[in-house]
Ligand binder design. Structure first.
Ligand code: HEM
Length: 189
């Protein structure tokens, strides 16, 4: 996992708790504590898993809640660090539709060793304002996707709903979210 995610995790803990809490989490995961996290480096995926696990134990969070709130925080952190990707997208739908073919493609070019997930958006049969978003990653961080979707809705001030319709952890063959955007007055028949 690229260092930017670990740097964001540090900011997430410092912003919501404090330095002492972050130090405790590093003490709980001594293999992660050698030197400060830096964005360009690539770290073992297990590090973020271990740090989130330690945060759950110390702070009394469930893994799903911890990943979800971290995901929401990440959306804001990533869009601040890479404003060009977000500024060009006029709506949350446009942004989601560009993650796979534009944003994560650029991420692979910009950051050596990056392995962002595949995020395939397809119009759903339920109506023009509904998207199915399939998440494909060996990391299985679907609760992080859920948080990123919340962050995206908050960023645009568009309260879209999302439902985790299929999940590999529940035995489905893929992880998928159904995202329903509000129908604007100008779009009503
Ligand atoms: C400003 C927009 C975005 C930027 C700049 C961005 C960039 C990145 C970067 C740098 C990583 C780390 C990759 C690695 O360590 O190999 C990442 C991972 C990830 N991204 Fe994005 N991303 C953006 C938006 C999104 C959105 C909107 C979603 C989903 C709704 C998403 C889903 C994920 C997930 C789940 C991961 C964790 C790695 C995994 O599950 O395999 N990203 N992204």
């Amino acid at each position: 996992m690229k260092g930017v995610v670990l740097v964001l995790f540090e900011e997430f803990i410092l912003g919501n708790w404090d330095e002492a809490t972050f130090e405790q989490l590093l003490d709980d995961c001594p293999h992660t504590a050698g030197e400060p996290f830096v964005s360009p480096k690539t770290y073992p995926d297990q590090w973020i898993v271990d740090l989130l696990g330690a945060a759950c134990r110390r702070l009394g969070l469930t893994p799903a809640v911890a990943l979800q709130s971290f995901g929401k925080f990440c959306f804001h952190g990533l869009s601040r660090r890479f404003p060009a990707f977000v500024e060009g997208m006029e709506s949350p739908r446009r942004l989601l539709e560009s993650v796979n073919d534009i944003i994560h493609v650029e991420v692979r070019k910009l950051m050596q060793g990056a392995e962002p997930p595949r995020l395939i958006c397809r119009p759903a049969a339920d109506g023009p304002n509904v998207l199915d978003v399939e998440y494909d990653s060996h990391r299985g961080l679907c609760a992080l996707v859920s948080g990123l979707l919340d962050g995206c809705a908050e960023h645009y001030g568009v309260p879209f709903q999302h439902e985790h319709t299929r999940c590999k952890q529940r035995g489905d063959t893929v992880c998928s979210f159904r995202v329903t955007f509000p129908v604007l007055a100008s779009e009503r028949p």
